[in-house]
Design a protein around this ligand. Structure first.
Ligand SMILES: O=C(O)CCC(=O)C(=O)O
Ligand SMILES: [Fe+2]
Length: 373
């Protein structure tokens, strides 16, 4: 066992490490290297960690949480329905429960009904959400240039202040994500600036998520209600902020004493962000950094994280931010992750088309018809 920044870290990955990234903002190269080393270790072992002293203002955090509550509670259903993702070919806007399942197994036996209870509101990068203003070359997931972004926002009359709160949150978190990308580079024996040229107009999808409290369980019910099924994320890494109702669960690399999957509940601290590695980065690092711990049991394969709001009376809200590089960027396996003994296991991939394909796979057939047109 090793203690990292106050958190108990077990080498078998039984807890989610907590890393104080404050020292990484100093000019002291060795302090930066030390934080990068802690991050690298967490990424190789479990692919999840939490960060404190991240620099995101409490105004940005509280502001976006307040807007999440207002979006799901105060906006009339008809106004939400007018923003339905079915009107957006990039799945921007309002996603009622039942429209998508991140785990395709969850469609089965549901008579076409989705199993997940979450509701979402999705948006993506636009230059106005980036503190740098972008480089003028943004292209979307489908590689089309949308100078103003493909987003669909509620009107300022319906939800005054929502756009401003989201703009502040998105731009602060994007600045942090670029900083973290530098630490990831250091942790992989690359210069800190290695990713800079690839994140001048980076794909960044974010969403407000709402998980209702658990309904009383029927005697006949087999399963608990799932907020968001077992899945991995698709991009480079995710930065998650949530309300204080816990719900995020991460699959342990070790099964429980009966050989069943063991889920670790992620603490929901108001001053922490949870960071996890996603599939694009796992491929890019030749599998060195884990987006997924897979446990095979019978015919089912369990993947790395899910959300179950177990509270009978408290709602959970969260705001994940999925960080990608520029969507038009094509990447080959990072040079420091390959050697003669460990050649690249993955083909070159382009960030936008890869992510779009993964997103579309979460939609049920009816919605697919629309989006695949
Ligand atoms: O809401 C959460 O806690 C996690 C959300 C998540 O895993 C996702 O949106 O991919
Ligand atoms: Fe996720």
């Amino acid at each position: 066992m090793k203690r990292i920044s106050g958190a108990v870290f077990s080498s078998s990955g039984e807890t989610i490490p907590l890393i104080d990234i404050g020292p990484s903002f100093s000019d002291d190269a060795s302090a930066k290297e030390a934080v990068a080393a802690d991050i690298g270790k967490a990424c190789r072992e479990i692919g999840f960690f939490q960060i404190t002293n991240h620099g995101i203002s409490s105004q940005a955090r509280q502001g976006v949480m307040e807007q999440a509550r207002r979006f799901f509670h105060d906006l009339p259903q008809a106004k939400k329905d007018a923003l339905h993702i079915k009107y957006s070919k990039l799945m921007r806007g309002y996603e009622p429960s039942g429209v998508s399942n991140v785990n395709p197994d969850d469609w089965k036996g549901q008579d076409g009904e989705g199993k997940e209870t979450k509701e979402a509101y999705n948006w993506g990068y636009e230059p106005g959400l980036d503190a740098t203003g972008g480089d003028g070359n943004y292209v979307e997931l489908d590689l089309e240039p949308y100078p103003k972004g493909a987003n669909v926002w509620p009107s300022d009359e319906d939800l005054p202040g929502l756009f401003d709160a989201i703009r502040q949150y998105h731009s602060e978190v994007l600045t942090l994500a670029r900083h973290l990308a530098g630490l990831f580079a250091l942790s992989l024996d690359l210069p800190e600036s290695h990713f800079d040229k690839m994140m001048t107009h980076p794909g960044t999808i974010a969403r407000l998520l709402y998980y209702p409290p658990q309904k009383p369980k029927k005697a006949t019910a087999q399963d608990e209600e799932i907020g968001l099924g077992a899945h991995t994320d698709y991009e480079c890494f995710t930065l998650l902020f949530s309300s204080e109702t816990p719900g995020l669960e991460v699959l342990s690399p070790n099964p429980d004493e009966n050989g069943r999957p063991k889920w670790i509940s992620a603490p929901a601290h108001q001053d922490c962000f949870t960071v996890n590695i996603a599939d694009f980065f796992e491929r890019w690092t030749n599998g060195l950094y884990k987006s997924t711990v897979r446990v095979r049991l019978g015919r089912r394969q369990y993947t790395v994280h899910r959300v179950v709001n177990r509270s009978p009376d408290k709602e959970r809200y969260s705001v994940p931010f999925f960080f990608s590089i520029n969507y038009d960027e094509m990447v080959s396996t990072l040079p420091t992750c390959i050697s003669e003994d460990n050649p690249s296991r993955f083909n070159d991939i382009q960030a936008g088309p890869y992510t779009l394909e993964r997103l579309r796979a979460t939609l049920k057939d009816a919605a697919d018809e629309y989006h695949k047109k």
